[in-house]
Design a protein around this ligand. Structure first.
Ligand code: ADP
Length: 266
């Protein structure tokens, strides 16, 4: 079966009058349909650059990116995002916010309205349709933001540190919540993060990038005993600590190379 996404030998450098800054070097990886992939690396290793390449904001200098075997163009159709901030508009209700993408894409009709109402109910926001974002908890707001994306039926979800704006305790439960929703929809997802624990607790595979220029340092498949499906359950296993130590070791050299950019140990 063709991979959902195929990144082959991708390199990217920034150019300025002062010279060239190589950000990524010969990055290759694939993502299977329905897979949850996490990409970690120290700050400044090129994660945001990779994300911009994956969503078509930048084009690779070298190499190629294929989605369903087709070269990736400038179109971002089929790609959904979840960002650090939920970007909900206070002047819209929760329903109005969740419907925003449908409205922009002119896909708001009787059927999609029904689907949206169902989705809000399924994911615990039934009864909050007419509320304003400020009336919801941080976790509920992130859920509303995710529904705004999922209702557009994206082929690929890009998650850019989606929990980092939340306090630690909220972050654990929201990560659990959002990851379970994504799993239940069977979406292919890529999480970009500098938080090792988060990556291990949600992903099927973790790609570890080196410090700049980012290269693939290791690809680690993540498996847990049966019954440890959710991020919170995974965090309580011996396997979790073992993966953590493995990745910590891989990143340790890099983390001391880059000024002020330590990999987060929690
Ligand atoms: P990360 O997201 O992992 O922190 P980035 O992708 O933001 O890393 O940046 C990778 C490297 O490229 C960094 O060293 C950064 O300083 C450099 N960089 C990022 N954007 C630019 C730019 N517009 N011009 C020049 N250098 C840049």
């Amino acid at each position: 079966m063709k991979p959902k996404l195929e990144v082959s030998q991708v390199s990217y450098s920034y150019h300025s009058p002062d010279g060239e800054t190589p950000a990524l070097s010969h990055i290759s990886f694939t993502v299977r349909t329905g897979e949850f992939l996490a990409i970690i690396g120290p700050s400044g290793c090129g994660k945001s650059t990779l994300l911009s390449l994956l969503c078509g904001l930048l084009s690779p200098e070298d190499g190629s990116i294929l989605m369903d075997g087709i070269p990736f163009g400038q179109s971002t159709e089929g790609i959904g995002y979840m960002l650090q901030k939920d970007h909900l508009f206070e002047w819209r209700t929760i329903y109005g916010n969740a419907a925003l993408g449908l409205e922009i894409q002119k896909k708001l009709n009787k059927k999609s309205r029904q689907d949206l109402s169902e989705m809000l109910k399924t994911y615990g926001l039934g009864g909050f349709e007419t509320s304003r974002p400020s009336e919801l908890s941080g976790g509920m707001r992130q859920r509303a933001a995710l529904i705004r994306t999922l209702i557009l039926k994206p082929d690929l979800l890009l998650l850019d540190e989606p929990f980092s704006a939340l306090d630690y305790q909220t972050r654990l439960s929201v990560c659990d919540d959002i990851s379970n929703i994504i799993r239940s929809t069977g979406k292919t997802a890529i999480l970009i993060t500098h938080d090792l624990s988060e990556a291990i607790s949600v992903a099927d595979r973790v790609i570890v990038l080196s410090s700049r220029p980012g290269r693939v340092k290791a690809v680690l498949p993540i498996t847990f005993p049966d019954g440890c499906g959710s991020p919170l359950e995974r965090r309580n296993t011996a396997e979790f600590s073992s993966y953590f130590n493995q990745m910590w070791k891989l990143l340790q050299d890099d983390s001391t190379n880059v000024t002020g950019t330590q990999i987060k140990r929690v």
